[in-house]
Structure formats: structure tokens, C-alpha cells
Design a protein around this ligand. Structure first.
Ligand code: TGC
Ligand code: FAD
Length: 397
């Protein structure tokens, strides 16, 4: 008696390892919903915003309605989704544009997470439901002109004055800064502790001028935060955060989202290159028929597949509560540099069309230069991994 072999799923060039089959029904539903939103509402306007250097901040309400803002947080109007579902969302958003994923990362993983993890009950009730709904926007001020990779070197000061705190200093490169209703500002107190403060947009002494002329992440608002004798009450201080662990724990959340997001940007570039290669003819044949093009596509497929697999693995670890910060660094290290390589190679497949905004690849490649730098530069994640591997910290010479 002959036993027929089980039929194999079809090979999907955009998911060459069949990672999508590992998702459950709910995860697939989230993926398809976010993908559809990005295709229908965001992609038609992204080139215009990229060119103008703006972000369509009005879509915050849509993102809130879809339950995507702070979606992995529980309670206070947040969706309470799994870490994997949050990651899948980041992947689909960044397949649209890194600026879109950044908007959600900063809102959910940095500003909302900071309040959720380190805030008082009153602060959570006041801010989280409105932020989850997209009615209030948050930003996260850690980096300063002279303290980027080394936030311990921050100069922003918080001085106690009776019942109040007085904040003085400057933050730089702050995503959503000029459009934020509330800024999570990290400052050092007179006792040398790092504390977080919720500074509302119209507080006297506070301003958030836009930083112009970026060549990367153009469809995203980036700002300075100026704190000139800003007075806030004790109820504006995040009571549970008293060291650098406060802001660094938030970075861990956002870095996790970037692991997935970068896989999405890579997929989008590879998809554009594959589509172009199949239809563009030179020397009488589609350029996909030439071995040099196939080598590029195969290399992209391998990187896209590896990145998706790695992201899902880290997602499952995070949902199991066993994900370590070094493993998040592993993910950011691999997936962001892989995405950049895919984007640059995809750009060459498109020839001159690759340098236009009609196709997404150079927009993604340019964005990924910022992604390589923010949330810990590639070098910082190299050193974090180096320390985990050797037991020796090499951050200072
Ligand atoms: P270190 O002594 O290692 O740690 C101080 C305290 O923090 C804890 N910690 C972490 N906790 C959670 N997650 C992590 N990833 C953590 N890393 C460290 C640590 O356990 C310790 O806790 P405790 O309780 O003992 O006080 O601190 P260090 O000053 O030596 O830091 C080392 C280093 C280089 C790893 C750290 O400074 C670093 O990660 N630098 C990179 C800075 C960075 O990533 N900045 C990002 C700014 S935000 C941003 O870019 C937003 S982009 C917008 C977007 O996402 O779209
Ligand atoms: P530096 O720290 O000065 O580093 C310069 C170079 O030196 C890098 O290559 C770095 O890897 C290398 N280097 C530094 N130290 C070492 C070392 N010990 N060993 C080896 N090499 C080293 N920050 C926020 O707080 N909030 C935000 O919302 C935010 N959004 C951003 C949005 C954009 C578009 C960008 C570009 C940045 C954003 N950032 C934000 C800032 C970002 O986190 C920092 O740019 C990043 O941490 C690096 O800091 P830096 O630019 O000061 O570079």
C-alpha cells in the first residue's frame, strides 16, 4: 500500500522560512489588520511626508482605535496584547516606514511604559488611557547634546525647592518632542540619582523646538527639549525610578520593537526589489533572469528569513518572561544591520528608480541609518554583547 506524502506548504519568497505558519490565529489577524492599515492609509501619504519632513500626527487617533499604542501594556485602556503581537505590529508598521514604527515605539514603549512601570497610580490614571487612545502624545527625553551613548553623563539637573522640583538642562534628538503633550524627562538630582519627570507641554520654561534638515527618518518629528527653570510638583516625578535603570528598562522595550521593525523594513525593500526584477527588462530579458540579480535576491531572502525567525524567537522568549537584555541587543545588532544591507542591495536592483521616492527602498535605507544609531548604536550593542560573552565591560578605555 502506498502512503502519499503530506502536501507541503507553497514556498513564499517573502517568508522563505515559513515563519508566518508559526503564528497563531490572533497574531495573524493583528498582522493582517496592521498591514492593511499601513497599505491603505499610510503608504499613500508617506512619500509626501518624507519629502516635507513631517509626520501625519493625526493618525494617532487611528492607531489608538486599532489598539496599537502601548498595546503590550495591561490596564488603563491599553490592549494587553502579547509581546509577540506587539512585535508583529512593529514589523508591519516599519514595513511602511521607520518613522511610523518610531512614533508607536516612543509613545508605547518609552513614554507609556515609563509611566506604567515607574509612575504613581495617579500618573497612570491621568495619562495612560488618553495616550492609549491617541488623544495625548508622549516623548522620552534621555539623550543630551553631550550625553548620547553614555546617558550616565547627563547634565540636566533636578533641584528640590520646597514642594517643587526645578529642572534645568537640554535634551536633543527627541522623537515626537514638538508634538508631545507630555515629555518624560530624565534628570539627575542633587543627590546624584537619576529621576524621571512628567513635563507638560505648556509648563513655563519648557520648549521643544524642532530639529530640521535631517536626511534620515524624515517622516518623523525630532526635537530639542529646552528646560529653563521648569517648575513641577512632586506629583510629576516618577516615584519608582531612582537610577539609570529607570530609563534603560524603557529602552529595552523599545529595542525589542526595533528587532521586529527592522525585519519589516528589510522585507519591504526585498519585496520591492523582487517585484522590480521580475518586470524590468534589459537585454531582452527580465533582470531577475540574470545570475547577478538572483544572487542579490537570494542574499536578501536569507537575511529577511533570518531576521523574522530571530524576531519571533525573541518574542516567544519575552512572552515566556525569559528574554534577557543581552538577547535584545543580539536582535538589534543583527536585524538592523541586516536590514541596512538588504535596503542597500535592493536599491541597486532598482537602478536609477532606486533613488526616487516612487519606490520605498532608499527611503528605508536612509531611515535605517537612524535606526542603527538610536536606541543604542550598533557599537553599543556590540559592547553589550562583548561584555555578556567575555564578562569584561569595554565601554571605557
Ligand atoms: P549600567 O551600570 O550597565 O546600568 C545601570 C542600571 O541600569 C540597568 N540596566 C538595564 N536595565 C534594563 N534594561 C537594560 N537594557 C539595562 N541596561 C542596564 C542595570 O542593571 C543597572 O541597574 P541598577 O539597579 O544596578 O542601577 O549602566 P551604564 O551607564 O554602564 O550603561 C551602559 C550602557 C552603555 C549599556 C548604557 O548606557 C546604554 O545602553 N547606552 C545607550 C544609550 C541609548 O540607547 N540611548 C537611547 C536613547 S532613547 C532613543 O534613542 C529613542 S529612539 C526613538 C525610537 O525608538 O524610535
Ligand atoms: P555618540 O554617543 O556621541 O557616539 C558617536 C559614535 O561614537 C558612535 O558611533 C558610537 O557608537 C561611538 N561610541 C561612543 N562611545 C563609544 C565607546 N565607548 N566605544 C566605542 N564607540 C563608541 N534619544 C532620546 O533620548 N529620545 C528620542 O526619542 C530619540 N530619538 C532619536 C531620533 C533620531 C532620528 C535620532 C538620530 C536619534 C534619536 N535619539 C533619541 C538619540 C539617540 O539615542 C542617540 O543619537 C544615540 O544614543 C547615540 O548618541 P550620540 O548621537 O550622542 O552619539
Amino acid at each position: 500500500m502506498s502512503v502519499s506524502a503530506p502536501s507541503l506548504p507553497a514556498f513564499d519568497p517573502l517568508d522563505p522560512l515559513g515563519v508566518g505558519a508559526q503564528l497563531d490565529d490572533e497574531e495573524r489577524l493583528i498582522r493582517d489588520t496592521v498591514r492593511q492599515y499601513v497599505h491603505e492609509k499610510f503608504l499613500p501619504v508617506v512619500a509626501e511626508h518624507f519629502e516635507a519632513g513631517t509626520f501625519p500626527v493625526e493618525i494617532a487617533a487611528d492607531l489608538g482605535r486599532l489598539g496599537l499604542l502601548g498595546m503590550h501594556l495591561h490596564g488603563y485602556g491599553c490592549a494587553g496584547a502579547s509581546a509577540t503581537a506587539y512585535g508583529i505590529t512593529c514589523m508591519e508598521l516599519e514595513a511602511g516606514d521607520s518613522g511610523l514604527r518610531s512614533f508607536c515605539s516612543v509613545q508605547g514603549s518609552l513614554a507609556m511604559y515609563a509611566i506604567h512601570r515607574w509612575g504613581s497610580e495617579e500618573q497612570k490614571e491621568r495619562w495612560l488611557p488618553r495616550m492609549a487612545a491617541g488623544e495625548a502624545i508622549g516623548c522620552f527625553g534621555l539623550t543630551e547634546p553631550d550625553a548620547g551613548s553614555n546617558p550616565a553623563g547627563m547634565r540636566t539637573r533636578a533641584r528640590r525647592d520646597g514642594d517643587e522640583w526645578v529642572l534645568d538642562g537640554a535634551k536633543m534628538w527627541i522623537t515626537n518632542g514638538s508634538v508631545a503633550d507630555v515629555a518624560v524627562v530624565w534628570a539627575r538630582t542633587d543627590e546624584g540619582k537619576v529621576n524621571g519627570f512628567l513635563v507638560e507641554r505648556d509648563t513655563p520654561g519648557f520648549s521643544a523646538p524642532r530639529m530640521e534638515h535631517k536626511l534620515s527618518l524624515r517622516a518623523s518629528v525630532t526635537s530639542e527639549l529646552v528646560l529653563d527653570g521648569v517648575r513641577v510638583g512632586e506629583n510629576a516625578r516618577l516615584p519608582e525610578a531612582t537610577s539609570l535603570r529607570g530609563p534603560l528598562s524603557c529602552l529595552n522595550e523599545a529595542r525589542y520593537g526595533i528587532v521586529w521593525g527592522a525585519a519589516g523594513a528589510a522585507r519591504a525593500c526585498y519585496a520591492a526589489a523582487l517585484d522590480y526584477a521580475r518586470t524590468r527588462e534589459q537585454f531582452g530579458k527580465p533582470i531577475a533572469s540574470y545570475q547577478l540579480t538572483q544572487a542579490k535576491l537570494a542574499e536578501m531572502a536569507v537575511k529577511v528569513g533570518q531576521s523574522y525567525l530571530l524576531a519571533l524567537h525573541l518574542g516567544r522568549l519575552k512572552d515566556a518572561g525569559t528574554l534577557r537584555q543581552e538577547q535584545v541587543s543580539f536582535g538589534k545588532y543583527h536585524n538592523v544591520s541586516a536590514a541596512l544591507e538588504v535596503a542597500r542591495s535592493a536599491r541597486t536592483v532598482l537602478g536609477a528608480n532606486g533613488v526616487t521616492l516612487e519606490y520605498p527602498v532608499l527611503r528605508h535605507a536612509n531611515n535605517l541609518e537612524s535606526v542603527l544609531t538610536y536606541e543604542g548604536t550598533h557599537e553599543m550593542h556590540t559592547l553589550i554583547l562583548g561584555e555578556a560573552i567575555t564578562g569584561i565591560a569595554a565601554f571605557t578605555a
